[in-house]
Design a protein around this ligand. Sequence first.
Ligand code: MSP
Length: 507
Amino acid sequence: MANKFYITTPIFYVNDLLHIGHAYCTIACDVVARFRRLLGDEVLFLTGTDEHGQKIAQAASLKGKTPLEWADYIVSQDKKLWEKLNISHDDFIRTTEDRHERTVQAIFTKLYQKGVIYKGEYEGWYCTSCETFYLEGQLDEGKCPECGKVAEKLKEESYFFRLSKYQNRLLNYFAENPEFMQPSFRKAEMVNFVKEGLKDLSVSRTAVKWGIPVPFDEKHTVYVWFDALTNYLTASGYLDDKVKFSKFWPADVHLVGKEIFKFHTIIWPAILMALEIPLPKKVFGHGWWTVEGKKMSKSRGNVVDPVEVSEEFGVDAFRYFLMREVPFGQDGDFSKKALIRRYNADLANNLGNLLSRTLTMVEKYLQGKVPEPGRDKKEGRELIQKVKGLSEKMVRYYDKLELNNVLGAIWEVIDYANRYIEKTSPWKLEKTDRKRLETVLYNLLETLRIVALYILPFMPRTAERIWERLGMKEKIYNQKIKQAEWGRLKSGIRIKTGKPLFPRIKD
Ligand code: MSP
């Protein structure tokens, strides 16, 4: 029976259009989801939008729209972006959907009935921009410690979630499940935070009208983070589809940015413990992108639009750059210069060149037909060994979400294959050793076929184009990882030469 695999992006706020930071997270999820499909898993890949709260209401009113009108517009743009970037999500959840509102209300009521949510009074400071409560001592001269905007003082009746009760259970869970938080360098901060003592969390607001009503006390709306986190349960069928839920829950990975790691590793697990539901297997906190060394922000005017970049350089080059440039988990810096450098070095000179050189030689020396291989010399055996070694490396790197290393390993092979051409000089073999010429070209074609399968999760369109050039008839999207075994390329197939996949870009 197929394994299941449930992976999620954060749900994105609808106050504004998305930028490369959001695209980064979603592309990373897409890569993992596509790899798991290649393995044969039944995948549920979820993304969506976080639509309630003061921040959204304010953004909408500035545009003279109702919150829902504004959200509809942003959602349509988000969906267009995901289509453009070739994101293969299985579901798109909006927190304004009926299925979600019912789930949130059911959970809120259940926890209230259990006494895990209780009514009290809230006094503190609220940052609308981050939708986060702070205590006086956490503020930075009256300003939000995260975004630096002025926080508002609040005193109001509120429902509280007994987060304090889960301190020990959380610490035990962290100790017993060392893989839960990744990368591991993010763990110590979370453990310390819990050790310092957890305060009960305010989970409703009377001042915020744009939210899901607390079902048994309608002057309150549910706190946006409580509402938002629950999306992962809604979409896996918690309330409406027991079969789906028992198949997909617990989530295999919640992939989130580092700034919301805490919500996913402390608050969310505590809510799930209160509901007596298993915890997600892994929460991965990725790093942040700066742009030419500076934080991206509207006021600086340096927000990078993923549509623009992918139109200029191609969707796959954009996806490749984001996944390759920084170790997944670390922060990175975006610049067109760095993108062009990588594009030329890795895509034009390395992968693109390997493909065009190989196909040109097959066309010229073998009338465009895949030859029958013979036994090769040392270099050829080494190439085959390297290609065969990929499969084990892939599984190991994907498992730890070291996505840049996945690409690093594939590119080592591509690089070696280019050197193999130099070492064997097929243009000389044509006259001297025809059988070896055939063997060398077979090895190159077979390397390219397998490389196409391995880059499919990162660069779907490129993989498809390579596949077609190699004369493969079946769709690459229907292939499973078994096809990456060496030697499956059949002789006699007609290849197709064509324009370079990645024409060099002038600096
Ligand atoms: N709505 C909440 C998440 C709720 S999840 C239950 C939220 N939304 S957001 O629109 O602000 O998107 C947050 C995500 O955007 C981060 O987790 C991160 O993935 C991504 N990023 C936003 N800016 C970023 C960078 N500059 N760099 C990389 N990713 C960043 O928080």
